[in-house]
Design a protein around this ligand. Structure first.
Ligand code: SF4
Ligand code: SF4
Length: 174
């Protein structure tokens, strides 16, 4: 598997090459807006029921669960979605034994993979109790949107790159 720095570079190349065209696509733009709201809803609910507070405390005490191997769940397409959401992808690792995306104030990206959105340790589950169901429901809507958007973007890029490779008509007279 490519190193995370290379996957970031690859996402940035895709963004340079196709970002404009992707954002011209109404369906993609609508999904990006929908995702932005869905992410905000998940964070709002996590703040409301106290998850963010527990995790902040945990990060101070034992360094959170954002371990280094989690970065390998991230491919160039989910990173491209982050770029389309206006995220500046980090260039430097903050914590040697941590995920590439973890920073001083937690996660430095916005669109995240299933494991990051849905993982809740016992400490969190004890804190939120029954509210876990509602949280998983809200998080599920975010993840479904990421999934649909990702598929749509892949298809669009395949379309755009196949038209890149079509030979130019050499003569338009006939
Ligand atoms: S989910 Fe659990 S282990 Fe991870 S940061 Fe929050 S409290 Fe810590
Ligand atoms: S939440 Fe962010 S920093 Fe933590 S493991 Fe996931 S991507 Fe990495």
């Amino acid at each position: 598997m490519m190193k995370i720095e290379e996957r970031i570079k690859r996402a940035e190349e895709l963004y340079r090459k196709y970002g404009y065209a992707l954002l011209q696509d109404d369906e993609i733009r609508t999904l990006i807006n929908k995702l932005n709201f869905a992410i905000e809803r998940t964070w709002d609910y996590m703040r409301k029921i106290g998850v963010t507070k527990v995790c902040r405390q945990c990060a101070l005490e034992i360094g959170s669960c954002c371990k280094r191997w989690v970065e390998d769940e991230y491919d160039e397409y989910i990173l491209l979605i982050n770029l389309l959401l206006g995220v500046n992808l980090p260039k430097e690792r903050y914590k040697e034994d941590g995920c590439f995306f973890v920073g001083e104030k937690g996660c430095r990206i916005r669109a995240r993979e299933v494991i990051c959105v849905t993982f809740l340790c016992d400490r969190v589950i004890n804190k939120i109790g029954e509210k876990e169901k509602e949280l998983q429901k809200i998080a599920g809507e975010e993840l479904e949107t990421v999934f649909i958007l990702q598929e749509k973007i892949k298809r669009k890029i395949a379309e755009l790159s196949s038209s890149d490779n079509k030979p130019e008509l050499s003569c338009r007279i006939f």
